[in-house]
Design a protein around this ligand. Sequence first.
Ligand code: ATP
Ligand code: MG
Length: 269
Amino acid sequence: MATETAVKSTIIAVANQKGGVGKTTTTINLGAALAELGKRVLLLDLDPQGNASTGLGIAYDMRDATTYDLLAGEIALADAVQTTSVDNLEIVPATTDLSSADLELVDNAKRSYLLRNVLRDPKGGCDNYDYILIDCPPSLNILTVNAMVAAHSIIVPLQSEFFALEGLSQLILTVRDVRQTANPDLRIEGIALTMYDSRNNLSLQVEDDARENMGDMVFKTVIPRNVRLSEAPSFAVPVLAYDTQSKGSEAYRALAKELVDRIEKQKAA
Ligand code: ATP
Ligand code: MG
C-alpha cells in the first residue's frame, strides 16, 4: 500500500495457533507492564472467546462496540475503545460475533486488510497509542492473518512443554506468506517461553531447543509457571494489579523492558 503513511504506534500481534499457550495472559500482562512503564497501550481482542476482554473486566453486556465492528468498518477505532482499571491501558473487546467473520468475509477480496485499514490509518486514532497488542485466536485463520497483515511484528508465546516447537514451522510459513504478499516488513519480534518451570527437565530442554534453533529471536526473559497469573483473570485485573510482587508480575515487567529495548534499538538503527 504505497499511499499509506507510517503510523508512530508499534503494532504487535500475539499469535500461536496452538491453544492455551499463554497468548491472552501475555497480551494482558505485557500490556499492563508496558502501561506501567508509562507507555500508552491499546489491546485488541481478536479472539471470539473474548478472554482478554473478560480478563480485564469488560463484562459481556458492556461489549456494545467490538473488534468485529472494527473489521466490518462499521465503527471508528476511537468509538470502539474502552478504558480498563489500569491507567494507560485500553481495550477493544470481542464477542462470539467474531467467529462468523471467517464465513462472512470469504468473498471479500480485501479480507486480509480489514484490520490494517483501521490500524495503519494515521487519522484513525492509532497514534494515540505507543503500543497496540492484538490477542489472536488459536488458529491461523483469517482473523490471525488480519492481525499479521496489520502488525509490525509478532510475539509468539511458546509453552515450555512437549511438542511446543512442532507448530512453529507452520506459523513461520504463514508469516512468510504474509511477508510475500500483504506485509513485507512483518517481523517476528520474539518468542516468549511461557509456563516455564526451572525444576522441570522438559522446560530446560524446550528452552535449549528453542534457543538453539531460533537464537536471539527467543526473549531472554522467560515467564514462569505462576499460579497468580492464572488467578488474576477471575478478579478481572492483570497480575500486576492482583499481586504486584508475584513472580508472574516480575517476569512480565522484565519482558516489557526487554521488548522496549528491542524496539528502541530497531528505531534507532
Ligand atoms: P487460547 O488459545 O485458548 O486463546 P491462550 O494461548 O490465550 O489460550 P491463556 O489463556 O493465556 O492461553 O493461558 C491458558 C491457561 O493457562 C489459562 O488458564 C491461564 O490462566 C494459564 N496460564 C497462562 N500462563 C500461565 C503461567 N505462566 N503460569 C500459570 N498459568 C498460566
Ligand atoms: Mg487466548
